[in-house]
Every structure is written in C-alpha cells, then in structure tokens.
Design a protein around this ligand. Structure first.
Ligand code: WTA
Length: 646
C-alpha cells in the first residue's frame, strides 16, 4: 500500500473535536519546546490533595530516574470515582456485558463508589497495607475494576495476571512481587466455555507460601476446592464491612501497579507505573485520542490483564467520568456478529479493538456486520500490532460505513498510554500508519549505531524525552530497567520497535526489532517459549522465532532438537504444544514445530536467529551472510524440512 492513500480529517468531526489541525500544531510545539509549562498546566486536569509545585525531574543517563509532579499528593480512586459523585452520581460508570448475551448490567458512579469502598475495607480488614502487592486473577467482570480501584484507594499496588495464564505463570508473578493477597473468581466464562480460575490459583498458591488470603468472587457458581482460613468469599467479606473508606493520600510517585510483560531475555519483567503522572497521561490521552465527549458510551475490547485494559477500560475513562463498557466474552460467541450486536444494544459511540480481531471477522465477510446498524459509532480505534491496510480499509468501510475516523494507536505496557496516534479532528489517516506523536512525545529514529536519522527514513524507534505516563522501573530490578531501555542508544528510551518515517512525517511501525514476538496483539518473549520447551525431558535444544501469520499477525515457530535416542513423532509434537500451554498458557502455544537435528550456530556457538526467521518466513532465498556458520549443512537441512510451506 503506498503512502498515497490518505483519509483527510472529516470536517464534521473537526468542528466539534477538542483538537483541530491548528490546535494540534500549536499545542504540540508548546509541549516539546516547554514541557514543564505544558505539563504543569495539563496536570491540573485531575484532583490533587496537595497540589504539585515541581513538574518534572528526569534523567535517561547516569542515575536513570523519572519523576513527574513529584511533590504533589492525590488518590487515583478518588479521581476515578469520588470526584464524579456530585455531578454524575447516577450516570453509568461501567456497562457490563456478559459472555451470555442475556446478561448485562449498568453500574453507576454511586454504586461504583460503594463497591470500591467496601472492597477497600475488605483489603484493610485482612491486613493489606499501603505499598503491599495484591495479585488480581479475574475474568472481565466489574469486580476486576473494583479490585483495581480498591487497591488504589488503600495504596496497595495491584498486579493483574491475565486469566489465560497458567498456574505456573501466575505463581511466578505472585512470587516475583511477593504478593500476600490474591483476588480471583470460581471460574471465568469465555465463548460458553468455563475457565478454572480458582483451581489454577490453588495450584499457583500451593507453590507461593507467602500468600495469606485468596478472595474468591462467586461468578459462575461452579464447584471449587476450599482452604479454610486462607480462602474468603468476596460476597461474604464485602457484606461484613462498612461502605465508607476514606482514600489514602498518596505521593505522585508512589507505585500504582505492576504489570508483567515479556522482554527479549529472561522471565517477564514487572513494569512499574506510579500514581500522578500515569493518571494525568491516561486521562488526557483517553479524552483527546478518542475525542471522548460527556455522555458517550466507550468500549475497549481488551482484557484488564493487559495494559490496554488498565489505561483505556479503567483508569483513563473513569478519571474522565466516562461510561466504559466491559465485555466478558469473545467476538465470535454466540455468533460472528456479537461485537456489532453489543454496539447496537448499548449504543456504543467509540469502539477500540485489535487488528487480530478485525482480521478474523473480516474473513467471514460483510454479512454478519451489515445486518447490524452500528449507527451510534463515531470513532474507531486499533491497538496492539501494526494493522495491515486491507484490515484498516475493511474496518473503515464495512464496520464504520466510511463515516468514522480510525485512530491507530501505537504504545506499549512501558509507555502507560498512547504515544503515536491520529487525533480524530486534527490528523488525517493513512491506512497502516500510526501517524503522528501525541503531545509531549518526541519520537526519534536512529540507526544501529545510535545515530539520529533525519527526514524520510527507517530505523529503530526511540523517544527523546519523558512523558508523564512512562514506566518508572522494573519492580525489584532497577538495573534491568536501565539495561533494557536506556543502554542500547544512549540518551534515549528505546522502544524495541522498528519504524519508518515518511515524507509527511508520519510514522509506520514495522514491528519488533528484538526477540519479542507479537501474537494476536499479545507480547511473547521467544526466550520464554524456548525455556518452556527445553524444560521438557525429551528436548535438548530449542529456538523460537515469529513468522508471518494471516490472522495472528505473527505465529510461533519452534525449531526443536530432541535428546539423543528420542524419535520425532506426531504424538510428541502434540505433547510439546500441550506442554508449552501448560507451562505458560494457551497464548504461547507453538503454531509450528520443526524437528531440527541441528541449529545454525556461529563458531562461538551463538544461534543465528536471523537465519531461522528467514526460513520460518519462507524467505530462504535471502538468508544474508552465512559465512560465520559453523556448519552450513544444518541450514540446507532446515530449508528442506521447513514447516511453513504455504
Ligand atoms: C506493538 C500494547 C503497531 C509494538 C499497547 C509494541 C503496535 C508492542 C501498535 C507493545 C500499533 C502496539 N501499531 N504496533 N498501533 N500498538 N504495537 O506492551 O510492537 O502489549 O512494542 O502494549 O505492541 O505491546 P504491549
């Protein structure tokens, strides 16, 4: 797709948008030229208990540290709930749409307040104090939002673990942050199928002796095992406490949450976000990127187990007094029209989803979309991976009937909020491009030597200065934070993504340049999948790479060397896939496993992944320099037996 396909800003959107073209240019320039003044002003959008006088203290070199609004105090739950009570107590805060289309409910701000206060009191009653870590392992039900806000209310740090992760992955995350309190439910429900969350939590907690209590939401009513003294029923506990819980006064730089995410090496890292800057950034981006107007219904289809759910289902929208929809189910249940039926049922105005969902729905044709009205839709959004122009155009023409701008939002768990995106009233769109930086964000493209490239170019995407939503550290491992993000290119935050900047200054994300792959918009470290594979008793060695996949964006391709004496069978292949699912979770399941008697290595024994990526992508004609290979015949064998013959 050429850069020529251009969708200019629609006048009817620009007329009422918060930011039009001229305002974008002016505000962006201000934000870059004088960040202190710009953010000093913007920080006032939330309520402070003690107003800040210091805006920013950041260094990307030497003693790396990032602080925003750092002498101010506030409480995030008070900002997301209490401050709306006087003006919109009866307005719906959360619309819950169940997996079963017959189940939905509206929770207004008054009810949200009561739920959050009660749960906060339950945490206190059970010994949770400011600074303690609470692990949340819940399905997409309102209790997940209550739990996040209740932690914020008492100053506890939440760590949400996606319900699709295995007991082992859950255990690792509980142990890493030394969390003593876990919140889960009996079961989750997705596409009519039950997910045994409590049973998984039981297995995880059995190997995490620090856990004192497991609070269990009765959701499906399914049978669960019970450990007296440790396990507590959510409904019994909240009935036993008062509905009044004053919010804790938190410093702007006190931690708000930890969220584990995959990197290119080692175990997932605990990305730490703090209170003041994060909330300012999440709420500001939610308002401007989606042009959210009072009274609109906003729906982000992500799971709260991912950062998108944190910033754009819960914190951003609720800080703005929005009505945010939480959907428990999947796009294909009970049928392929479900998303659009939900849009019509709740009159959704703003819809935010992932390219992988669009691609899978697009496969089924226009029919299931066109039989719904979707006339309430005004803005569409995309996140998680590059959206291919074909999917963009289908989203635009079929879902949006050519009426709704698409905001293709680029960001990361680490960035806390959206960094590169169109603003609907200000920036025209090119299908496949995340377009331009948000206020205060200064993208820089550098070559492999760290030299800044000017104008139209392609290279590694870095950000030159800080923004308030940026992560502050890796929980418990500041050195890893410094190494991962600030050591590759001195003086910049390195995103791990590659990108192209075109002649109009638009950014096109080309995907990860490190050993992280993006499977259906979910980040996965190849090292994690490899270590799961080699933990199998029959496996000697494994190398994992991503390869282009029609629906998932990238699929997981594993080259596996078996121990001497083991034979490669179809059963063993299935066993290994099941093994990885059990070790990490279904999102890590290898799509293709190739038996590899040998792996291409340099003479010093380093696996040449570049070659493995090429073979997996079926680009074996362009392997590049193979002169450093210890044994070139290994490559010939791999090409002959490759799996991806399509
Ligand atoms: C990718 C998700 C292209 C990117 C919010 C990034 C994208 C990683 C886009 C972060 C987009 C996210 N266009 N690529 N609009 N959005 N990515 O931490 O590679 O789960 O580094 O955060 O997803 O994934 P994460």
């Amino acid at each position: 797709m050429s850069d020529n396909s251009f969708f200019p800003v629609k006048q009817e959107i620009a007329k009422t948008a918060y930011v039009d073209e001229a305002a974008y240019a002016r505000l962006y320039e201000q934000s870059i030229n004088d960040p202190e003044a710009f953010w000093g002003e913007q920080g006032k959008r939330i309520d402070w208990i003690k107003p800040y006088s210091k805006v920013k203290d950041v260094s990307y070199t030497g003693d790396v540290h990032i602080k925003w609004f750092y002498d101010g105090t506030l409480n995030v739950s008070a900002n997301c709930v209490d401050r709306h009570l006087a003006t919109r107590g009866d307005q719906t805060a959360i619309i819950f749409e169940g997996d079963d289309p017959g189940v939905s409910k509206h929770i207004n701000y008054k009810e949200l307040h009561e739920q959050v206060c009660r749960l906060a009191n339950v945490l206190k009653k059970n010994g949770v104090k400011k600074g303690d870590r609470v692990t949340i392992y819940l399905p997409m039900i309102p209790e997940a939002a209550y739990a996040m806000l209740a932690c914020a209310r008492v100053g506890a740090i939440h760590s949400i673990v996606f319900g699709g992760f295995s007991p082992d992955s859950l255990k690792d995350r509980i142990v890493d942050c030394d969390s003593h309190f876990v919140i889960t439910s009996d079961e989750g429900l997705r596409g009519g199928r039950k997910v045994p969350l409590k049973a998984n939590a039981d297995k995880a907690v059995a190997a995490a002796p620090g856990v004192k209590h497991v609070l269990v939401v009765k959701h499906t009513g399914g049978n669960v095992a019970w450990t007296e003294g440790r396990d507590l029923w959510y409904h019994e506990e909240i009935a036993s406490v008062s509905a009044d819980c004053p919010p804790e006064e938190m410093s702007a730089e006190d931690p708000l949450f930890i969220l584990y995410t995959s990197g290119s090496t080692g175990k997932p890292k605990g990305v730490l976000h703090t209170t003041g800057g994060y909330l300012v950034y999440a709420s500001m981006t939610h308002q401007y990127v989606f042009d959210y107007k009072d009274g609109e219904v906003y729906w982000c289809t992500a799971d709260v187990g991912w950062v998108t759910g944190h910033s754009y289902i819960v914190y951003g929208p609720l800080a703005n007094g929005a009505t945010t929809l939480m959907f428990e189910g999947v796009p294909t249940y009970p049928d392929i029209s479900r998303f659009w039926q939900v849009v019509d049922k709740h009159k959704v105005n703003i819809f935010y989803t992932a390219p992988t969902a669009i691609r899978s729905l697009m496969r089924e044709g226009e029919g299931p979309v066109k039989k719904t009205s979707r006339s309430s839709l005004r803005i569409l959004g995309s996140v998680g991976e590059p959206i291919n122009p074909e999917a963009w155009l289908w989203y635009y023409n079929v879902v949006g009937d050519g009426r709704c701008p698409i905001v293709d939002t680029w960001w990361q768990t680490e960035t806390g909020g959206i960094l590169i995106t169109p603003l609907p009233g200000a920036i025209g769109q090119k299908p496949g491009s995340a377009t331009k930086p948000f206020f205060g964000v200064k993208p820089v493209v550098v070559d492999n030597d760290g030299k800044e490239l000017e104008g139209e170019t392609e290279g590694n995407l870095c950000i030159a200065d800080s923004w308030p939503g940026q992560m502050r550290t890796v929980f418990g491992d500041h050195e890893r934070f410094v190494q991962t993000y600030f050591s590759t290119f001195a003086g910049y935050y390195f995103t791990g993504d590659g990108c192209r900047r075109d002649a109009d200054g638009y950014y096109w994300i080309t995907g990860r340049v490190d050993d992280v792959i993006n499977v259906s918009g979910h980040r996965m470290g190849t090292a994690e999948v490899e270590s799961a594979l080699v933990a199998h008793p029959k496996v000697a060695e494994a190398a994992v790479v991503g390869y282009p996949h029609d629906l998932k964006g990238q699929g997981i391709y594993a080259y596996v060397t078996l121990n001497a004496g083991e034979s490669p069978t179809e059963e063993l292949r299935k066993e290994l896939v099941a093994w990885v699912r059990k070790e990490i979770g279904p999102i890590a399941s290898p799509d293709l496993i190739q038996w590899s008697p040998g792996l291409p290595k340099t003479r010093s024994g380093k696996i040449m992944r570049r070659i493995l990526r090429k073979i997996a992508a079926n680009e074996h004609d362009s392997l590049g320099d193979t002169s450093t290979l210890a044994d070139p015949t290994v490559v010939t064998d791999l090409i002959e037996n490759r799996m991806n013959n399509a």
